[in-house]
Design a protein around this ligand. Sequence first.
Ligand SMILES: [Zn+2]
Length: 130
Amino acid sequence: MAWTYKLRYTKCGKRGCNVCSDGPAHGPYWYGYEHVGGRVRTKYFGKLPPGAEFAKQTSYDERYARWEYHGKMSFPVALRIMGFENMPARSALIKRWRELVSAHHPDIGGDTKVCSAINAAYTFLKQPWG
Ligand SMILES: [Zn+2]
């Protein structure tokens, strides 16, 4: 399996670290992600390996997902969380869900709230509509 590369900021965990408290933390550094047996494996690369393909940024509003989703899902909220303006094709929905979950999974330092919002939005949108 090929690695997918993404830029991430990382928190060092040191108390009183100015870089972590004043900004988005250290970095950005390149991390590689790989799906192995249904799990996401992550590896620090630092520099992007030559010739590597990096993941496209998704139009995903993390702040919206985290703060506006309170357990009640609606059509516009679900679309916004998934980064769509209109109802996507089923294949596009599944592809976006995989991208978002692999980018925000708690196993790779993602936010649990964001991940559950993504899953709730996906579950809502994959219902048979019309
Ligand atoms: Zn730090």
